[in-house]
Design a protein around this ligand. Structure first.
Ligand code: CTP
Ligand code: MG
Length: 227
């Protein structure tokens, strides 16, 4: 199974000077943790990383340090996550039939989560890893007045990996570009094209490191795991 890792962001909400994936987490760059989990997954056989050119030397250094057994390719990222994934899809080897896409920033995903996703993807066209939401979610208007309280039993928080048939996802991305759709995950493009997206139960610890608090929480979780 092929894996694409969007890693071309700037980490604006982290408030750091550089790509947050290069920040240190327990002495290793955040991206190394993500890559180490992908390396340990039984099903993943090829890894593509979408990044900005200026980060490539740092990415190369991470790869040298990890000395992964799997082939890895660095791919030019885009201005948005959507564009980065689009570029990644174009760079997949021609024999890639199904692809998992996993945010570099979700550095606590386990090899087991990759493997469960890969196995489920053999039986469907599209899937996302997600967990039931714990909070009550409010729909709020521009004046900050609550307009609705959706039934929580129908609400799931989307994570990555997300997985798709390559041919279908390429078509969805092409249609999205043509119609100017702007989305924050790939499943949204699949949905807009009327294609089914299945849920795979995610992991509560599979957080997306977005703010400095997330970095501290991630560090705490890794320390617990390594005990
Ligand atoms: N990403 C990407 N290309 C972009 C923007 C984001 O590949 N142009 C990647 C990020 O590197 C990250 C994932 O998409 O692994 C999820 O994005 P997010 O958490 O929003 O990261 P950033 O965009 O870097 O953070 P921010 O939105 O706070 O700037
Ligand atoms: Mg972003």
């Amino acid at each position: 199974m092929h894996l694409l890792i969007p890693a071309a962001g700037s980490g604006r909400r982290m408030g750091s000077q550089r790509n947050k994936l290069l920040l240190s987490l327990l002495g290793k760059p955040l991206l190394s943790w993500t890559l180490a989990a992908a390396e340990d997954s039984q099903h993943i056989s090829w890894i593509g990383i979408m990044g900005q050119k200026e980060d490539f030397p740092d990415f190369q250094a991470i790869l040298v340090d990890l000395s992964l057994t799997k082939p890895v390719e660095l791919i030019q990222g885009g201005a948005t996550r959507q564009e980065s994934v689009y570029n990644g899809l174009q760079a997949l080897p021609p024999d890639a039939d199904r692809v998992l896409i996993h945010d570099g920033a979700r550095c606590l995903a386990t090899p087991d989560l990759f493997d469960r996703s890969a196995e489920a993807l053999l039986g469907c066209q599209g899937l996302i890893v997600a967990i039931p939401v714990k909070d009550t979610i409010k729909v709020v208007d521009e004046s900050r007045i609550v307009r609705d309280t959706p039934d929580r039993s129908n609400l799931w928080a989307a994570q990555t990996p997300q997985g798709f048939e390559v041919k279908l996802l390429k078509q969805c991305h092409a249609e999205g570009r043509e119609k100017g759709w702007e989305v924050t995950d790939d499943a949204a493009l699949f949905e807009k094209c009327g294609l089914p997206v299945r849920i795979v139960e995610g992991e509560e610890t599979n957080l997306k490191v977005t703010t400095p608090v997330d970095l501290s929480v991630a560090e705490f979780i890794l320390r617990q795991r390594n005990k």
